[in-house]
Every structure is written in structure tokens, then in C-alpha cells.
Ligand binder design. Structure first.
Ligand SMILES: NC(=O)c1ccc[n+]([C@@H]2O[C@H](COP(=O)([O-])OP(=O)(O)OC[C@H]3O[C@@H](n4cnc5c(N)ncnc54)[C@H](OP(=O)(O)O)[C@@H]3O)[C@@H](O)[C@H]2O)c1
Length: 359
């Protein structure tokens, strides 16, 4: 029997790569639902190729002959796996809807766990739903933790490429253009995550994501810059061993592992030959990546703060990409807006109110 897949964010980078795998393994998977945002032209092409039963889009007027349903309704349809790959805070409601409908989730939308990590993970537990990581770092940790007893893990270390501005002189930051920030040195991804890599908010999000996914203390998860992006994560055991997962920087492997529920496929990616390669590791500098520290600090405060940090940096990030503010303002304005936030319990009402206050 083919595994029935619902794909949220099918027109994005993760969405398109997921469909590449569905094409490659067409005997194993069937697309039953597709959801795109504004790129209706690509969604139309995907619909005519994959013939999904259910469709959601932000541009329903472009699909007059099709029945369009809401994103939440789509995520709630019966299937074997929902791939949650909408970018940003918009990914949370359908991810929760999928879990509440008892659908397993391949989670690319890390923002769901930044905004509402406890709620998402508790719901998954309550409804007996499996969550498979799609992020390469979390896929790496998942693979490493399969081999290491949890009580023997001392630390988890995620790697970061350092983003497009890793080697740019700080003096140039005020005049940096969105185009330059969106030129990622090792990964090809959507605009939000590529910008989040340059500010390194992305890595703080991933630390939060790892803490929730693996039920591991936030304080015992750290990050290091690794420009080559061959090592995706490391796990340190209590006896001082350090285990690393390595592969070429391609999302094919983590998406494939998530689609197949952890089952490895033969020769699924190009081999990484280490001969002649350098592996370099650098600390994360506060003056280059202030948003990493602000976001992590917010995560440590808990309550409504991680959601506020996620929503604020997304809001100011969009302003930078639209040419309305300078790059350093993203971190400054996020920090400033967090100063005004009053602590509240992280229930859905407060989380959505906080997210909506940044619209
Ligand atoms: N790309 C990667 O390699 C990578 C790696 C790890 C994790 N992730 C995570 O995966 C998620 C997707 O990233 P991506 O790089 O694939 O982003 P992307 O290329 O920008 O694609 C985002 C997808 O979400 C849709 N979307 C955006 N806003 C929406 C909204 N308000 N309502 C409905 N749909 C909306 C977009 O639709 P339209 O384009 O049609 O508007 C598109 O299909 C993010 O959470 C990211 O952090 C990505």
C-alpha cells in the first residue's frame, strides 16, 4: 500500500524537494493533499501532475474549478503523513490540526516548536502521533540518539553554516542588501530561513526545536559555526566521546528519512569524500549574531517569550527583506520589542495574541 502524504508548503524549497522524492519513489507514496501559499502557478502544475484529492491555497480565486479547503482542514484529512513545510508562524495552526487529527507529521516548520513547543509535543503524546524531524540538524540528532542511551548523553551540539554574512566585515552590515543576505553559502532554501541563517536566529530556533523534539534540557544544547556544513550535529556522551553525523549539505537525506519513518534507502544521496576537505569550527560571536543570543535568552525565559521572539524576528525580517529597515535593525528592534512583552502562560490564546501583535 502506498503511504498517503499531505504536503503543506508544496511550492516551497522543502515542498518541491519532497515532491522530487515522491516522484523518485512513486511506488511508495501517493500525494492526497497539497497546500501552497501565493505561488498559484506552481501549485497548478503540481496539481495537474499529482492529482491530489484535497487542495489548500492562499489564492483560491485562481482555482475556480477546484474545491479549495482551509489549511487546517487539509491537514486534518486522513493520511499516513503530513509534511509540515509552510514557512514561519503560519505553519503552526495546520501542524496542530494534523496532530489533533492523529496524523503523523514530518516537521520542517520549526516555528511550530518555537511558538508552542510544549503544546505541540503534549498534543502529539496525547493523540499518539509520531513527529519526524526534517531539519538536517535534528535528523542528525535523531540518528545519533538511536544509537546512544539517553542517560549517557551529556550534550547536544548543532552546527550552523554561519549564513551569508559569516565573513562580511561588521562595518558593512548597515548597508547590506536583502539580495546579499539571501545568497546562502552552502544551502539553497526559502527566504525566511536563509535570512534567519544570516542573523543566526535560525540556530536559536533549532536549539529550542531540539529541546522539545528530544525532550532534552535547553541548557545542554549548544551550537557552533561549521562553514562547510558537512557535520550536521554532534552528541557528546558522559564518558567524553563525541559522535557526529556527517553528509553532504543536501536536504534529500533528512526529507527521505522523515518520509520513510526512519527507514534508510539504498544510495539515497551522493557520498561525502573527506579526503582533501577541511572541517572548521568557530564560536558564535555576539557582535556578529546578536539575534541568536536574544532569541536564546527569550527561550530560556519561557512562557510567552519564545513565541514573541519568533514572531518579532519574523516581522522585522520581512521589513528588512522589503527594504524598509537596515539589517542590524532586525536584531535591535526584536530586542526592543521583547523588553515591552509581559510574561504570560504559553497557552494558544496568548501565543496567537502575541503573534498577531506583530502583524
Ligand atoms: N529549505 C530548507 O532547506 C529547510 C531546511 C530545514 C528547515 N526548513 C524549514 O522548513 C520550512 C519551509 O522552509 P522553505 O525553505 O521550504 O521555505 P520557502 O521556500 O519559503 O517555502 C515556504 C512554503 O510555505 C508557503 N507559505 C508561506 N507563507 C504561507 C502562508 N502564510 N500561508 C500558507 N502558505 C504559506 C509558501 O507558499 P508560496 O511560495 O506559494 O507563497 C511555500 O510553499 C520553514 O519552517 C523552514 O525553517 C527549511
Amino acid at each position: 500500500m502506498k503511504r498517503r502524504i499531505i504536503l503543506l508548503g508544496s511550492t516551497g524549497s522543502i515542498g518541491r524537494q519532497t515532491l522530487d522524492l515522491v516522484r523518485e519513489f512513486s511506488k511508495k507514496f501517493k500525494i492526497v493533499g497539497l497546500a501552497g501559499g501565493n505561488n498559484w502557478q506552481l501549485l497548478k502544475k503540481q496539481i495537474s501532475e499529482f492529482r491530489p484529492k484535497f487542495i489548500a491555497t492562499n489564492r483560491p480565486e485562481k482555482f475556480p474549478n477546484q474545491k479549495i479547503i482551509s489549511f487546517n482542514k487539509l491537514a486534518s484529512q486522513k493520511c499516513d503523513l503530513v509534511v509540515s513545510a509552510i514557512a514561519g508562524v503560519a505553519g503552526l495552526p495546520p501542524t496542530l490540526a494534523a496532530i489533533q487529527a492523529r496524523n503523523s507529521v514530518a516537521l520542517a516548520n520549526k516555528e511550530s516548536l518555537v511558538l508552542a513547543g510544549k503544546i505541540v509535543m503534549n498534543s502529539a503524546k496525547k493523540f499518539g502521533v509520531k513527529i519526524f524531524p526534517v531539519d538536517s540538524e535534528h535528523s542528525a540528532v535523531w540518528q545519533l540518539l538511536e544509537k546512544i542511551p539517553r542517560e549517557k548523553v551529556r550534550r547536544i551540539i548543532l552546527t550552523a553554516s554561519g549564513g551569508a554574512l559569516r565573513d562580511t566585515p561588521l562595518s558593512k552590515f548597515p548597508k547590506i542588501s536583502p539580495q546579499k543576505v539571501l545568497r546562502h553559502p552552502t544551502w539553497s532554501m526559502g527566504p525566511k530561513i536563509t535570512l534567519d541563517c544570516a542573523t543566526l536566529a535560525n540556530k536559536a530556533f533549532e536549539i529550542v526545536e531540539a529541546a522539545h523534539l528530544f525532550d532534552f534540557p535547553l541548557e545542554k544544547i549548544s551550537a557552533v559555526i561549521h562553514p562547510q556544513s558537512f557535520v550536521h550535529a554532534l552528541v557528546e556522551t558522559t564518558d567524553g566521546n563525541l559522535f557526529a553525523q556527517m553528509s553532504l549539505p543536501s536536504m534529500k537525506l533528512p526529507i527521505s528519512l522523515a518520509l520513510f519513518g526512519g527507514e534508510r534507502q539504498e544510495d539515497s544521496v551522493a557520498k561525502l569524500d573527506l579526503v582533501g576537505r577541511n572541517l572548521e569550527f568557530r564560536p558564535i560571536e555576539k557582535n556578529r549574531y546578536p539575534l541568536f543570543f536574544t532569541t536564546l535568552e527569550a527561550a530560556k525565559r519561557g512562557g510567552i517569550f519564545p513565541a514573541a521572539a519568533g514572531a518579532a524576528s519574523e516581522f522585522f525580517g520581512k521589513k528588512f527583506l522589503a527594504g524598509e529597515i537596515a539589517f542590524p535593525e532586525i536584531a535591535k528592534l526584536t530586542a526592543k520589542s521583547l523588553e515591552k512583552i509581559q510574561q504570560k502562560p504559553a497557552n494558544l490564546k496568548n501565543i496567537f495574541a502575541t503573534v498577531n501583535s506583530f502583524r
